[in-house]
Design a binder for this molecule. Structure first.
Ligand code: NAI
Length: 399
């Protein structure tokens, strides 16, 4: 079928199999160009492995460190006349590239919050790898059904305490406008967001993996967080999602206790703001990212998800030195984003930005391009007017 982008708000309903394969290939080529990561991980489980930071982590482990990888995610397979989701196509492309490079790669598609998927994952590790030496936790989801209580929690993106009003952009039309977001009405919203995006599920994973004996001595586990500039604090770090990130970060000492007897360790890495399916859903953030991209590209310090993850692995997690941590014990690969000169310039542009000057003073074009790339669009090598085979299988997933 012919697959063109069909956009609704901040999501794209279609994905292109050849374009997503290009996107994956570009990331693999980048990791290869950086050379092998000495003493990198060898057997890796990535939870949330099909898009964004999780996919980039999987690619870095496989192609930077020859690691065997198991990826868990929640994606829609393609059916005749119905394209699959980007993460489905990404994984199909990844597994094919891994197989061509003689790297073990298998995937599990299902709800990572459930006990059933955890069990399936444990069984697969036992059968094929014995144990894993790195667990990457990179889920981003709007909801979670709690495996013990059966309660369906929905996360919300809201400020806490007072209404937040600031600029935002509709990145398709380029209209900059003011947006007011009402604060949470009850503790319930906070509780639900923490239940979805906080650390409990990460803890459940690590506890169950350990209990099953599938974590190697000296295992590492890492999850991802975000801080960002003061201008996004009301909606991000001081809002409901920030409470969830506090909870995630607070899980590190709990996991360290749990892993102590096998010499394991856990980390949270604070990453840079980037265009992913999740971040495009947060009001205000796309406008901030457009300005950030402009400033960081001009300074020659821009990074995408793959550059971030390659640096996290090569220069932090597996570098031949003690891992530098901030005062709260976190790894920081948002260091370039948070540089004073970068933030000062972004803040200056933020004051000036309007619909009229958006194209000139921001990198909205780069934002849009990255957004379409997520779904396999805007790649020169792909002819989007041509028929493509929409039904693509992930080799390790049987019907
Ligand atoms: P993403 O939306 O690109 O990826 C989310 C992944 O989670 C996908 O693989 C998806 O299939 C999987 N997933 C979602 N629900 C699932 C479920 N129920 N069961 C199994 N898999 C499920 O998101 P992104 O942006 O890569 O986020 C990953 C982490 O990085 C999150 O913790 C996010 O807060 C964090 N982060 C994101 C930043 C950004 O700017 N995008 C910045 C810093 C941190």
């Amino acid at each position: 079928m012919i697959i063109q982008p069909r956009v609704r708000g901040f999501i794209c309903l279609t994905s292109h199999p050849e374009g997503t394969a290009q996107h994956v290939k570009q990331q693999i080529d980048y990791v290869k160009s950086k050379g092998k990561i000495e003493n990198g991980p060898k057997k890796v489980l990535v939870i949330g492995a099909s898009t964004g930071f999780g996919l980039a982590s999987r690619i870095t482990a496989a192609f930077g460190s020859d690691a065997a990888t198991i990826g868990v995610f929640f994606e829609k397979p393609a059916a005749p006349g119905k394209p699959g989701t980007a993460g489905w196509y990404n994984t199909a492309a990844f597994e094919k590239e891994a197989s061509a490079a003689e790297l073990y790669a298998k995937s599990i598609n299902g709800d990572a919050f459930s006990d059933e998927i955890k069990k399936q994952t444990i069984d697969l590790i036992k059968e094929d790898l014995g144990q894993v030496d790195l667990v990457v936790y990179s889920l981003a989801s709007p909801r979670r059904t709690h495996p013990k209580t059966g309660v369906a929690h929905a996360s919300v993106l809201k400020p806490i305490g007072q209404t937040f009003t600031d600029k935002t952009v509709d990145f398709h039309s380029g209209v900059v406008s003011d947006i007011s977001i009402q604060p949470v009405e009850s503790e319930e919203d906070i509780h639900n967001t923490v239940a979805v995006m906080g650390g409990e599920d990460w803890k459940f994973w690590i506890a169950q993996l350990k209990e099953a004996g599938v974590l190697a001595d000296g295992v590492k586990t890492v999850a991802y967080s975000y801080i960002g500039p003061e201008l996004t604090y009301p909606i991000y770090r001081n809002g409901t999602i920030g409470r969830a990130k506090d909870d995630l970060e607070g899980t590190v000492p709990v996991l360290n206790d749990l892993l102590q007897d096998i010499g394991g360790i856990s980390y949270v890495s604070v990453n840079k703001a980037l265009v992913t399916q999740s971040s495009s859903a947060i009001p205000v953030v796309p406008l901030y990212i457009s300005l950030l991209y402009k400033v960081m590209k001009e300074k020659g310090i821009h990074e995408g998800t793959i550059e971030q993850m390659q640096r996290l692995f090569a220069d932090r997690l597996y570098a031949n030195r003690e891992i530098p941590l901030d005062e709260k014990g976190r790894i920081r690969v948002d260091d370039l984003e948070m540089r004073e000169d970068v933030q000062a310039e972004v803040a200056k542009l933020w004051e000036q930005i309007t619909t009229e000057n958006l194209e000139q003073i921001s990198d909205i074009a780069g934002y849009r391009n990255d957004f379409f790339n997520l779904f396999g669009f805007n790649f020169d090598a792909v002819d989007y007017d041509k028929d493509t085979q929409e039904v693509v299988n992930i080799p390790s997933i049987k019907d």
